[in-house]
Structure formats: structure tokens, C-alpha cells
Write a protein that binds this ligand. Structure first.
Ligand code: GAP
Length: 513
């Protein structure tokens, strides 16, 4: 199945099974805003718990924080977001639609790549086993022509973006490449302008006394402005970290790919404060630590890759992304940045107050350097869902959709089902539920045939189904069905908790780190 189709199916699966709904659907939706349903919220909470515990419980020198979304507006001036948190936008005069100039050009680059891939696929089909892809790519005239156009465009685009960006050059590229508006089909483009991504609102009741405040575009600044409060009250010694999970808001113009790019989203960020000069060593350590966290989920190491930044932001001295293989290619899920002492120094400058750290071991004061790990909860959610979604043909000719979620992240851990709705089986099943519900999110289900009930649980990724049958009444054993293998084993009721405990708890993931 084409990856595009897989993605479409995943999006409708998310809605059909209560994972993700478009926000305000009753009123025809609100662009790039989504709500998490009954299963989505459980999966999301489990992802957050896995991250939080890996940071705060497994590191004695990392503590948590929950700072407010609204902050003093000067914070955003100091951080550079008021002046430089922009996207280059262009309007089509005929359709009146607005686009990100950089995205229009990136799409054009992708079109050349598509053309090359189609040529390769066609040739592979034609020549079968005898096909040598490498040779074909380096000799076929059409492929070489597309490749040359793609490379030239890529270079021109990179140079334009690195030069500020150069807005006139971005527009010129759009004109030269004859890129048309997908709605009107015309090339009637305006100039390219910079557009700030922060949402703003007014705080205070009177027009005179109100103050313009921003909805935070990242949670990180809440950590920076609190770092000394936490350091002093927690008696933290450098190196130490502060972790935070919270909402962030960006007025994204190109909102697409479902929950990949949203206007309201959630971040899990950790700022690690280190002694100047040691930051690159720590950057390396955090790269390894974070990759391990991802890989422990068991989707396969080939699903991840680092994308080291060649062009660094002016305040960074190293940066990388952890990319995940989504149905639409490798995409950034997490950023790891060595941010030097830029943010803390800026807050010192703009607040006029010293926020230096006093090192009791060397008796010196300095502004710590910072390594940041920043991951989007929603992108992580999307990566977990897309790696878990499976359509399987069964031996009996039937098919099933199964979410092979890591058991520790699954919304429901155990479904308890009486084989039939009579003979005292429901009561026995309820007894099992009552014993397990304090520890695990369990679901009781007695409606429809047992086969249909299994399918329902497969579709939401429940790792285990417990079936109560007539034998249970005699010897207190039940069948335990494994979601992935569909195999069933007969186990004593009173061993259930111990059997599944190791497999479904977050601790099982944490122990792999
Ligand atoms: N404090 C650093 C920072 O915010 P970023 O690369 O802009 O860095 C970090 O964002 C992570 O937040 C990204 O890797 C991504 O997972 C997530 N993210 C950013 N913008 C997003 C959006 N519009 N929708 C969903 N997730 C987003």
C-alpha cells in the first residue's frame, strides 16, 4: 500500500477509535487544532509519563517545573521571538490564499525528487532482478536531468534562506520555477513578507491599562527565567536540569500532515545547565541518551536518524534533530541544541538583574551554558501511532487492523471478557476487573461475539485480553490472549497481575535505558 494511503487510513483510524478528533468539528473545525479522545488522552499521558519519569526519576540532578503560559512580554523580546520568530509568507492575488514561500519551494524540490523516484520505480519493474539502481541513477538521462534541476534549486534556496532570508530572492525563485497557486493555478504572486508566529492577546481590563501578552511559542523560556529560583530552593549544583511539559502556541501558516504541525501543541523540554567549556561533551551525552529513549520503544533502530544542523542559529554552537520515519518520510520529532549562555545572558541584559550561578567549589560566579532537549508530544504521538498501525491478513482469510503499540504506552492494558453473558461468567469477569482496576486501565466488554471483541481491542492496541469461560468457574483459570501473536495461554486468575505487570508498566521501558 502506498505510504500516502497508509497515512490517510491512520488519520481516519485515529478518529474512528477515539484517539484524535478535529477540534470544533461541530462547527466545521478549526485549522490545525485537534482534540484527543478517550484513547488518545491515555496514550498521550503514557508518553508524557515515560518522558517525565526518564528525566526526573532516573536523574538525581533533574527536577520538574510547571511555569505559566503567560509571561512578561519583555521575555519574548529578550529571547528574540518578537523580532525574529518569523516565517516568509507570500500571497496569491487571485485566490487570496497565503503560503509560506519556503514551503512552496521545498514542495518544488520534492516534485523533482518524485520524478526521479518514479523513473527508478518504472525501470525496476521493467528489468526485475537484473536492475542495478545505482547504475541507473548515475546514467539515465532523464534522471540526471531532474537531479541537476533539483540540486541547482536546492542550492539557490539554501543560499536565499541563509541570507537572512533574502525575501526578494525567494520570490524570484518562485517566479523562475513557475510555481503556481494550487487553488487559482496562477503565478500572480505578491512580495514575500515576514510574519511573526506568536499569538498575542491583551491582559488587563481597560484599554489604557492593558498589556500585550503572548501565548508562549515554546516552554523553554519559563525554565530560563526560573532557573535560579529552582537552583537556590532546590540546592542544585551545576550540572543540573529542569524538565517541563506544557502547551505551546504558534500561528503556523502551513498547517498540514495532521498533528505533525499544529497551532496549539505540547512540548516536553529539558534545559540542562552546565559549566562553560563542558557543553559539547554534554551535548554528545544528551544526543545518545535521547536516542536510547526513543529506541527503547522497540520500533527498530532503522526508524531513527540524526540530522545534524550545518547552519547554526547565532546563539547555538551545536544542534541536531532526531528524525523518525513517518509515512511521509523522515521528519523531526525532537531537537537537541547547545544554546550556549545566550538565553540566560539575554534575560540578565533585559531584566537588569544578575542571574549568575555561584559555584561553591571554585568560588566563582558564571552564567551557565545550556543543552536543551525539546520534543513535541503530538509528534511523538504521531510517530508511535504510525509505527504501530498494521493491517494483517490472517490464516483463515480474514483481515484485522491492529495497533502494535508498546504495551507500556497502550491506552487500555487489559480487556476482561466473559465468553457469554450468562451462567455467572459476567460476575466472575467483574471480580477480575475489580482486582486489577487499581493498577491498570482495564476495559470490561461483554457485547458481541468474542471474535468481534478481540478485533475491537486489537484496533486500540490493548496488549492482553482475558477471557472468562465455564472452566474458570471450576478452576479459577482464564485465557490470556496476546494481541500481536493472537496466541492464548491458560493462566490462574490470581497470577494475572504478576504475569502482565512486567510487560505493561512504564518501569519495563525505563529499565531498558
Ligand atoms: N525550545 C526549542 C524549540 O521550541 P523547536 O524545534 O521549534 O525548538 C521543538 O520545537 C519540538 O517541538 C519539535 O521538534 C517538534 O517536535 C515540536 N513542534 C514544534 N512546532 C510544532 C508544531 N507547530 N506542531 C507540533 N509540534 C511542534
Amino acid at each position: 500500500m502506498a505510504q500516502e494511503d497508509v497515512f490517510k487510513k491512520l488519520v481516519s483510524h485515529c478518529k474512528e477509535y477515539g484517539f484524535v478528533f478535529p477540534s470544533s468539528e461541530l462547527y466545521d473545525g478549526l485549522g490545525a487544532v485537534y482534540d484527543y479522545g478517550q484513547n488518545g488522552v491515555e496514550l498521550k499521558n503514557n508518553i508524557k509519563q515515560y518522558w517525565w519519569q526518564s528525566m526526573v526519576m532516573l536523574h538525581e540532578n533533574i527536577v520538574g517545573l510547571d511555569s505559566a503560559i503567560f509571561m512578561h512580554p519583555t521575555i519574548w523580546k529578550a529571547s528574540g521571538h518578537v523580532d525574529a520568530f518569523n516565517d516568509p509568507l507570500i500571497d496569491n492575488r487571485d485566490s487570496k490564499k497565503r503560503y509560506r514561500a519556503d514551503v512552496l519551494i521545498e514542495d518544488q524540490i520534492a516534485k523533482y525528487e518524485d520524478k526521479i523516484n518514479k523513473e527508478v520505480a518504472k525501470a525496476a519493474k521493467k528489468y526485475g532482478d537484473a536492475f542495478n539502481e545505482q547504475e541507473f541513477r548515475s546514467t539515465n538521462a532523464r534522471v540526471l536531468e531532474h537531479q541537476a534541476k533539483r540540486d541547482a534549486l536546492h542550492q539557490r534556496y539554501t543560499e536565499a534562506m541563509n541570507a537572512g532570508p533574502d525575501l526578494n530572492e525567494l520570490r524570484q525563485i518562485i517566479l523562475d520555477e513557475e510555481i503556481v497557486c494550487p487553488i487559482s493555478g496562477t503565478k500572480n504572486w505578491t512580495e514575500v513578507r515576514q510574519f511573526n508566529l506568536m499569538f498575542s492577546t491583551e491582559m488587563g481590563s481597560t484599554a489604557d491599562g492593558s498589556m500585550k501578552v503572548y501565548l508562549r511559542p515554546e516552554t523553554a523560556q519559563g525554565i530560563f527565567v526560573n532557573y535560579l529560583n529552582v537552583q537556590k530552593t532546590g540546592r542544585m549544583k551545576v550540572p543540573f536540569g529542569i524538565a517541563q511539559i506544557g502547551k505551546a502556541f504558534r500561528n503556523e501558516i502551513v498547517a498540514r500532515q495532521f498533528i505533525f504541525r499544529m497551532r496549539e501543541f505540547e512540548q516536553m523540554e529539558m534545559q540542562f545547565f552546565v559549566k562553560p567549556g563542558t557543553e559539547l561533551e554534554w551535548f554528545k551525552t544528551w544526543k545518545e541518551t535521547r536516542l536510547k529513549w526513543h529506541e527503547a520503544l522497540g520500533f527498530g533502530d532503522d526508524h531513527y536518524r540524526f540530522h545534524d544542523h550545518e547552519k547554526l542559529a547565532h546563539y547555538a554552537n551545536a544542534a541536531t534533530d532526531i528524525e523518525f520515519l513517518m509515512p511521509f518520510g523522515f521528519k523531526e520529532v525532537e531537537g537537541i541544541h547547545s544554546r550556549t549562555n545566550f538565553d540566560l545572558s539575554q534575560h540578565e541584559k533585559f531584566s537588569g538583574k544578575s542571574i549568575k550561578y555561584f559555584d561553591p567549589e571554585t568560588n566563582e560566579s558564571y552564567t551557565p551554558y545550556v543543552i536543551e532537549t525539546s520534543i513535541g508530544v503530538d509528534r511523538m504521538f504521531l510517530s508511535v501511532m504510525s509505527a504501530s498501525y498494521c493491517e494483517e491478513k490472517l490464516e483463515n482469510g480474514e483481515s484485522r487492523v491492529v495497533l502494535k503499540l508498546p504495551a507500556a504506552l497502550a491506552p487500555v492494558k487489559l480487556a476482561v471478557m466473559p465468553l457469554v453473558k450468562k451462567d455467572g461468567l459476567p460476575e466472575k469477569a467483574r471480580e477480575i476487573m475489580d482486582g486489577l482496576k487499581y493498577r491498570y486501565n482495564c476495559q470490561y466488554d461483554e457485547k458481541d461475539s468474542i471474535g468481534k471483541r478481540y478485533r475491537r481491542q486489537d484496533a486500540i492496541g490493548t496488549p492482553y485480553c482475558v477471557t472468562v469461560d465455564h472452566q474458570t468457574l471450576q478452576d479459577n483459570t482464564v485465557t490470556l490472549r496476546d494481541r500481536d501473536t493472537m496466541s492464548q495461554e491458560r493462566v490462574p486468575m490470581d497470577k494475572l497481575e504478576a504475569i502482565v505487570a512486567d510487560r505493561v508498566s512504564i518501569t519495563s521501558l525505563l529499565k531498558k535505558l
